[in-house]
Design a protein around this ligand. Sequence first.
Ligand SMILES: Nc1nc2c(ncn2[C@@H]2O[C@H](COP(=O)(O)OP(=O)(O)OP(=O)(O)O)[C@@H](O)[C@H]2O)c(=O)[nH]1
Length: 372
Amino acid sequence: MTLKNQPVHGADHCSDHGTDHETDPGTDYGTDLGTDHGMHTPIPVVVLSGFLGSGKTTWLAKAIQAIQQQGMKPAVIMNELGEVNFDGVILGEGFPMEELLAGCICCSIRGDLGLALKQLVEAESPDFILIEATGAANPAELIDGITEASLYVPITLCEILTLVDSPQLFRQIEKGKGAAFRLMKEQIRFSSRLLLNKMDLVSNLQHEQVREWISEVSHAPVLETTYSEMNMTEWLAQMNDVQAADSINSVNSVNRPTDDNAHQAASEKLIPHAHMMVVTYYVKQPLNSTKFERFLGALPEQVYRGKGLVRFSDTSGELYAFQLAYRQTDFMKIDPQAAGTLSEVVVLIGENLNSSELIAGIEACQEDLDES
Ligand SMILES: Nc1nc2c(ncn2[C@@H]2O[C@H](COP(=O)(O)OP(=O)(O)OP(=O)(O)O)[C@@H](O)[C@H]2O)c(=O)[nH]1
């Protein structure tokens, strides 16, 4: 059995979110820099932001399909805090994908984002690039990372689309403080379009309060969605227009907060995910489904997100992908081939997690632990 307990960022990492945003010294874009952008039509880039479990991958699956239906070739960059990309299993194949794992592109692996963009553009010549940030990423930092990469490859940032987990935001507004709340606020402020998702899980009153709070924080257009459903044809047409209008400047000016020092202020208080941790546990024995569901249901509230691939002893040993987001659990049967080389694994993401307690909880769901 392999145990991994991996803090994602320490305060050290976040302290290098200075205000000058220089190129990471370690970033090597290769020797053929200086591509003449004038010779290329820039490829539209869309950044998907939003808190852990807010519906980004659900949206991504629909966007990929819509782009392909219009005869265009999408390419995807997926970033996960943990070392395993389950979302790739959910999205399937048929388009180029770069995975940036075990770190967050807004800080610890920001240089990797530039390299991934360069590789994708050169190897795949996509028509559209979608970047799914981790739920802990601060979009302010991503804007800088992409703008930097656009010096080397013909890309143009068209949209920072933020998925909002409406019931989760409502709860955070009520609390009115904490790292998760500050991060959600930053993700909303630095967005060019907001999808108020999971509308099926909020009451009318909660809905009103969330809308009112958002209107004080952002002037971005807001769409209300369930399962990230929106009119993709209309949206793609709008992206076309933005691309044509040299979008980087417009995105930056439209969506950055209006006061001149806001970006600096945002960078200086970039502690929000300093305490975000990932607990990764590779499971060797099948789990008892009842015990595991009970375990997920009883997790402390600072576990914001759970996902993984598991097998149950009481369901003929089939493989299931599970999702836990804001106390809602989903299980989906997986074709073993689709899972490829992924191991059976449970990943839990949150703040100030007690990893040994969590691991003990998962182990208690394993059956026949001593017989293997
Ligand atoms: N009830 C409800 N569930 C939703 C909705 N949208 C997404 N979900 C579920 O929420 C869970 C998380 O959705 P994802 O699309 O994986 O969220 P994500 O933002 O990509 O998650 P991370 O990448 O881990 O941050 C899944 O189980 C989805 O099926 C919604 O509108 N309503």
